[in-house]
Write a protein that binds this ligand. Structure first.
Ligand code: ADP
Length: 350
């Protein structure tokens, strides 16, 4: 649906905001772009509807090359690319109804065409009873619902979300993300989300690109990127989310690459799908009673609708017993990774 080919954007004063971005966003998917502040996210999303003209490269939306279009053609094209914003960008002096009707009036639609469309859109976003309210009387979540209804007024094929939940509290964020996913499914809309929050990516995106200094550091299926992040910047985003800090009994001790007397092997386990509920670990402890296992960190979460668990355990015992226990985990198709070896503060060495 969206093809970006070698997009470069250089601002005056030699600011290289984008340094050659290649992306392919499949029709009907939800695509996330994550990065720290200044990474180039806003510039990139604004290149998709040409609010920002790339210095060079190709922007193909639905097979049409936006770089070759005149301003008039672009205005027409943008009617089919909806956009929502962090601060909603509503007209404060207009009612909810008039905010949603605004793009339809601009497109020259008659009042008789506009009425059923606005009514349908307000019902879709759960604001049927707020048509006559003014934005100042709405909560943040309700304002973003108006923004979404307005963005959908032109029956777009693409919805661009520019930090759309960054000004909202976590509960409202969840409800807006659920609405975006619902719209994506019901209308078959292609959605592009930019955010600095991994939680947003995890909740609704199918694929993700990690932007760093105007280049894509990593790109892939969300489940793959979450379970096996490759780029250091991605690992950082994920570790913030999972807060993989060791408990205080281990904190402050260096994590070493090889075992020493009395140290624990730190093992990171990832459970995915139905395995997340499996009592694999309990079974391992039962089968290998000579291996001492201590749970250091655990979280059960969801990536989209798949259960996803992460756990860090410490193990110590005779090397042969530990090898056998790890072999057992491998047989159970548990993804595992040895982080290193660490000693406990409060326990004497064996
Ligand atoms: P993000 O959305 O990830 O925070 P931006 O796309 O806003 O990143 O910015 C990327 C880089 O481009 C930054 O260094 C920023 O200062 C610069 N930049 C963005 N917009 C402009 C502009 N209109 N003029 C000059 N520099 C800009």
């Amino acid at each position: 649906m969206i093809h970006l080919k070698n997009i470069v954007k250089t601002y005056a004063d030699d600011i290289h905001a984008l340094r050659g971005i290649n992306l392919h966003i499949a029709p009907g998917s939800i695509y996330g772009i994550i990065g720290l502040s200044g990474a180039g996210k806003s510039t990139l999303i604004r290149c998709i509807n040409m609010l920002e003209r790339p210095t060079s490269g190709e922007v193909l939306v639905g097979g049409r090359d936006l770089m070759q279009m005149s301003e008039a053609e672009l205005r027409e094209e943008r009617r089919h690319i909806g956009m929502i914003f962090q601060h909603f960008n509503l007209l404060s002096s207009a009612t909810v109804y008039d905010n949603v009707a605004f793009p339809l009036r601009l497109a020259g639609k008659s009042a008789d065409e506009i009425r059923p469309k606005v009514t349908e859109l307000l019902a879709l976003v759960g604001l049927a009873d707020k048509a006559d309210a003014y934005p100042s009387h709405l909560s943040g979540g309700q304002k973003q619902r108006v923004g979404i209804a307005r963005a959908l007024a032109g029956d777009p094929q693409v919805l661009l979300c520019d930090e759309a939940t960054s000004a909202l509290d976590p509960q409202t964020t969840k409800s807006i993300l659920a609405l975006i996913r619902d719209i994506n499914r019901r209308l078959g809309l292609t959605v592009v989300v930019i955010t600095h929050e991994m939680q947003v990516i995890k909740d609704i995106c199918d694929r993700v690109a990690v932007l760093d200094g105007g280049v894509i550091a990593e790109e892939g299926d969300v489940v793959d990127v979450f379970t096996a992040p490759r780029a250091p910047i991605t690992q950082e985003f994920i570790s913030v989310l999972l807060s993989n800090d060791l408990p205080s009994a281990f904190r402050g001790n260096p994590i070493e690459q090889s075992p020493s007397a009395g140290s624990y092997m730190l093992l990171r386990l990832t459970f995915l799908g139905e395995r997340a509920d499996d009592p694999v670990l309990a079974e391992m402890i039962r089968r290998f009673p000579r291996v001492e296992v201590t749970m250091l960190f655990g979280t059960l979460d969801q990536i989209k609708e798949q259960p996803f668990g992460r756990m860090i355990i410490g193990m110590r015992g005779a090397p042969a017993d530990i090898d056998a226990a790890i072999a057992y985990l491998s047989e159970q198709h548990l993804k595992q990774e040895v982080i290193g070896y660490v000693r406990r503060n409060d326990a004497p060495a064996l």
